[in-house]
Design a protein around this ligand. Structure first.
Ligand SMILES: [Fe+2]
Ligand SMILES: [Fe+2]
Length: 215
C-alpha cells in the first residue's frame, strides 16, 4: 500500500501535465471519427444482413445497453461499472463463512467484471492518457491494476470459509474504491475536459469495441 500511496502522491504533486491543445494530439487517430452512436436496430439489421452470428448480437446488445444507460460517454460507462463492481463487493462482504457456494459464484462475477473493466481502460483509456502526456497518471493507474489481479488471485485461491476471506475482500474493496475515486474525481474529468467532443466520442467508440470482446 505504501508504494501505491507514494506513487499517488507523486502523481498528485505533478499537477496538470497536458501541453498544447487537444486538437494537436493526432497520434490517437482522432481524425477518423466513429462515434459509436449507430442506432441499435440499424446495427442489428446490418449485422443480420451480412450474416453475423447470434453471439455477436448478444455481445453487442450487452455492451450497447450498458453504454446507453451511461449516455454513451466513456467516463460515465466506467463510473457505472465502478458502482456495479462495488455493489458486488458489498454482496460478498454480507456473506457468512458457510456460504461457500455463494462466495465462489460472487468471486467469479467479480473476476469477470474487473477483467472487462481493466481491459477497456488498459486498451483504450490509459493509452489515450499517455498520448496526451498524462503518463504519470496512466502508469500509476495501470500499476494499481496489477494489485487488483493479485487480490483476485488471492481470493480465488483462498478457502472460501477461511477466517482471512472477509478481511482480504475488505482490503480489496478499499483498493478498488480508492482507485475508482482517483479515476472519477481527478484523472478522467480533467482528461475529458481537455479533449474535443469528437475525441471523446472516439474514445467511447473504441472502448465499447474492446468491452464487446470481453462480454
Ligand atoms: Fe482502473
Ligand atoms: Fe476504472
Amino acid at each position: 500500500m505504501a508504494t501505491r500511496n507514494e506513487t499517488r502522491d507523486r502523481s498528485r504533486s505533478t499537477g496538470k501535465k497536458t501541453n498544447g491543445s487537444a486538437k494537436d494530439r493526432s497520434a490517437f487517430s482522432f481524425g477518423e471519427i466513429e462515434t459509436g452512436a449507430m442506432p441499435l436496430l440499424g446495427a442489428l439489421a446490418a449485422g443480420a444482413a451480412i450474416g453475423i452470428g447470434a453471439n455477436w448480437a448478444r455481445k453487442f446488445l450487452q455492451q450497447t445497453s450498458e453504454s446507453m444507460m451511461a449516455g454513451n460517454e466513456w467516463d460515465s460507462i466506467l463510473a457505472l461499472e465502478h458502482k456495479a463492481t462495488l455493489a458486488k463487493f458489498d454482496l460478498l462482504l454480507a456473506t457468512d463463512d458457510d456460504d461457500i457456494g455463494k462466495r465462489t459464484a460472487l468471486v467469479k462475477t467479480l473476476h469477470y467484471a474487473l477483467n472487462k473493466h481493466a481491459h477497456q481502460e488498459e486498451q483504450v483509456v490509459y493509452p489515450a492518457l499517455r498520448q496526451a502526456n498524462e503518463t504519470v497518471d496512466a502508469d500509476h493507474l495501470e500499476h494499481e491494476h496489477g494489485y487488483v489481479k493479485t487480490y483476485l488471485y488471492r481470493i480465488e485461491n483462498m478457502e472460501k470459509d477461511s477466517a482471512e476471506f472477509l478481511p482480504t475482500v475488505r482490503e480489496f474493496r478499499q483498493l478498488i474504491e480508492e482507485h475508482a475515486r482517483m479515476e472519477e474525481e481527478q484523472v478522467y474529468p480533467r482528461f475529458k475536459q481537455s479533449l474535443t467532443e469528437e475525441q471523446n466520442a472516439k474514445i467511447t467508440s473504441l472502448m465499447n469495441k474492446e468491452g464487446m470482446k470481453m462480454n
